[in-house]
Write a protein that binds this ligand. Sequence first.
Ligand code: NAP
Length: 307
Amino acid sequence: MRNVVIIGSGCAGNTAAIYTARANLKPLVVSGYEAGGQLSLTTLVENFPGFPEGINGPDLVENIKKQAQSFGAEYVHGAVTEADLSARPLRLRIEGEWVETRTAIIASGASARWLGLESEQKLIGHGVSSCATCDGFFYRDKKIMVIGGGDSAMEEANFLTRFGREVTLVHRRDEFRASKIMLDRAHHNPKIKFLTNTVVEEVYDVSKNLVSGVRLRNVKTGEVWEQEVDGFFLAIGHIPNTAVFRGQIETDADGYVISKGGARTSVAGVFHAGDVQDRVYRQAITAAGGGCMAAIEVERYLEAEGH
Ligand code: NAP
């Protein structure tokens, strides 16, 4: 029987592990299939407090993990494949084995949606990014492309004009999901060019391990052309990793966990941390803060239950 199982090993899960380990709760952290979370997909992180020279995303998340392990946190590879949150203790199936626990912290994150092109996948962290806030700074005076037609795409395109020489926004239709105000703002920004009814067929140049351009296709006319690009930003949505808890915990229509105040969820003893609940801030530092909050909630909950 565990005191706490932490589901996810990104910034949120690893921080929750530090706190619960230091509280002597011997946490078990389930790493998940994307161990290290989204930080493991980025390169230099310059906005995490405490690192004046910046730090590589994978190093940052590994350091937090090591810190948790030094206090006795235990890590297991793999994922939670089934859950029974109505049982007491809670029951989680981790890679074929059922584990019982008094509390759980869901820190399973939200995965960025990608186009799925092989070239795109190979260039993640080398010019392909899903986070303008994280990586925009590296594209000063460069040519930037943003994919998507929602509020995120408009926000990211606007933000990226602070850095880039020009920003091309590519959307697969000519109607936008983005709210009018966000769309108008992007339309009025002289640095943003719109390409509608357009899809990306290929990202170049995998052989050089950097982004140098893309091949585009107009879905109405069939025209195909190439365009030079230095930074390629996806803003086509995120998918919260909550499928395994569907129907057992309150989520919104897109699957994001609904907070019941602080780190609490709709299920007693189950807490949330990081992007699995956050569609607004999505930063390493806010995820770490969420992990701390969830850990403190776990301590209080166990104490109130007499453990
Ligand atoms: P979203 O509204 O779901 O929009 C996703 C966009 O990506 C859509 O335009 C969609 O195209 C496109 N897309 C999806 N899959 C694609 C694919 N495989 N290839 C090409 N394009 C693809 O997602 P979001 O923009 O991240 O916004 C999520 C939520 O957060 C929304 O409720 C939004 O209002 C909110 N948000 C608010 C703000 C703000 O107010 N400041 C900022 C960001 C986000 P289709 O339209 O053709 O499906």
